[in-house]
Write a protein of this length. Sequence first.
Lengths: 419, 419
Amino acid sequence: MALVVAKFGGTSLGGAERIRNVARRLISRKESGDDIVAVVSAMGDVTDELVELAREVSSDPPDREMDMLLATGEQVSIALLAMAIHDMGHEAISFTGTQVGIVTDPVHRKAKITEVKVDRVREALSTGRIVIVAGFQGATPDGQITTLGRGGSDTTAVAVAAGIGADVCEIYTDVDGVFTADPRIVPSARKIDSISYEEMLEMASSGAGVLQMRSVEFARNHGVVVHCRSSFTDSPGTIVKEADETMEQAIISGVTHDTSEAKITLRDVPDRPGVAAQVFTAMADANVNVDMIIQNVSEQETTDISFTVPKDDLGSANRALDDIVAKLGAREWSVDDSVAKVSLVGAGMRTHPGIAAQMFRTMAEVGVNIDMISTSPIRISCVVAADQVADAVRALHDVFGLGSDESGGEDEPTHGGGE
Amino acid sequence: MALVVAKFGGTSLGGAERIRNVARRLISRKESGDDIVAVVSAMGDVTDELVELAREVSSDPPDREMDMLLATGEQVSIALLAMAIHDMGHEAISFTGTQVGIVTDPVHRKAKITEVKVDRVREALSTGRIVIVAGFQGATPDGQITTLGRGGSDTTAVAVAAGIGADVCEIYTDVDGVFTADPRIVPSARKIDSISYEEMLEMASSGAGVLQMRSVEFARNHGVVVHCRSSFTDSPGTIVKEADETMEQAIISGVTHDTSEAKITLRDVPDRPGVAAQVFTAMADANVNVDMIIQNVSEQETTDISFTVPKDDLGSANRALDDIVAKLGAREWSVDDSVAKVSLVGAGMRTHPGIAAQMFRTMAEVGVNIDMISTSPIRISCVVAADQVADAVRALHDVFGLGSDESGGEDEPTHGGGE
């Protein structure tokens, strides 16, 4: 008998029949002897519809009221799922974030969980019921409704799992798990059976969309084992946990890519101390999430600064950049939104030199020009032209032997990269 | 400067433009110097859509989960209305029933308000904000979300008004106020400027749909002045308050009718003590709201019992009646759902004898047969054939001089009825 938290996203709950499918899955799990807490998102497109409603009445809705509005999405889901379970003759009880005690800071629309009170969950489990908790939402200590921002339901699930000491937090999605590359681009991409938190973090931060970085961080910090799996099959997915000797010992875990960012370049910026600080303080003040940064070494009095930001933040960036260019006396700024980022992630990089060289050589061989580079101890990311990213991903996946037809995936790239 | 509670129903909030209209109305009221608390229902058909969603996942949803589901309807409304007010440059803050402190008993789907905590409302008002409260919903002392049943938003408004000691509770609807009869049937029907709680209660209970009986009762018990008015105009509507000398001194306030009930007849019921108790205990146990009851005086060993129930309760009644007929050894039972009830309401009946006689005579003159009669000190109700009810209403409205062309409406019926 295990204590399991199971999170279902909006796609899994889109419509009555899917809700009933989730109910059946939870019941069969319960009947197998497990204690179950389900964490659910809003149904299908409900959140988008609510955002559209807000847009119709207000050009700039206050964050507090957006949270009030958006929190209804998950509340509808939990009620319907509880009803479906009752209809199948089993006991379930639903809780909103406020009710269950997901306590957050007061930063509306991107609140952070500060505490999870689990007395109600424990009590309901002890009476044999399936417990259903609204994801994505919480409440401040004085009862203001907050939402957790992108990936919030995953974070709720992990936080509840940590709070009740669950054996596993299962994240049900529309894919079978975490893959060595996006299977839509690389048909031979292979499902990863288990992966460490740190590699999963790098993959999530560099474009592997299946798990949100925040929830993986939360899981790592609280030692929650996450099982990312398909809501359409019973096959095991990908286990995310502390690195240990049972894990696959591949040097490279996967190739990720991300087309959601744009590149901004400031030209002829005076090359003096403090300039970069000014630029990126202005970006931070404008709530722009800067990812990669390149400042050219220069022997002139001016230099160029390039950086990438989410395309969604371009509007905020625009406003801040005009100010900054004028203030610094730079020549101009420009945006290139036809870029993409391709990344290699693997804990083995630490102990295997030459991976970067192999990566760059591979990309050169397929004619992909590298525009920017950034690295972490277990990741190398390159910005390339958006229309070349698929070629780059395929070539790298192949060279590093990540495909399902490769047996080891370990020797070749080491040899190739270690020269 | 007044302290005003203003309640807006679903029709007034059906769509972005209507929500913005309500926002404008609240703001203009606020700018005139009043402190405003708005109580709102779910938008347009939202509640019906939620009920349909529930039906799709469950044939018999648990009441607790229905409340969880339905409460989202008002939560959406309060958020959108607050956004609309902000968008117009004014400050507003929304509260769910849980947040504001509408404490109820734990009877899901028809909870009763046991306490209204108003600290939050007062505090928000003191900072100059327009306060928006979700109608229809509350929470038990341990935080379970409840709903108040039919007319719940009106009750919330009156309860909040009582709690904060508002000068008036304005109920905005799609009609101009309370009329002497339904204007769709009687074109000369006149809007009543003011009416006592007790008359309003009788009118509400006998078919005047504009205010719910529960909210009028709550208003009477707490001395809340209710102003029932149109959300489309600025004209004054009908004031409901304690009877006083400023009120119109009409003997008859209005003629109401109600086509929502059906008549059930039990035939050849053994005429012995306790039989009626058995029948109506069974109806109460089946949650059937019995309205009028007639038991014929009989010199035989058996008698007939007729009573009216809401058509909505017929399903529950059916199941109970088969049992009862068998248990009592009655001959049979039958349902007539083509009946209607027409009522005369007026505090002056107490001191003016002969109103009933005049009523029955008038109906006879227009060929309307009376099937059942019941009375209160200030109301006389008759069950008639449904297809004759309009004739009855028009004739009574005319004879008692209630129309807008009549000046007094007092003398004629007194003379007519006092013979």
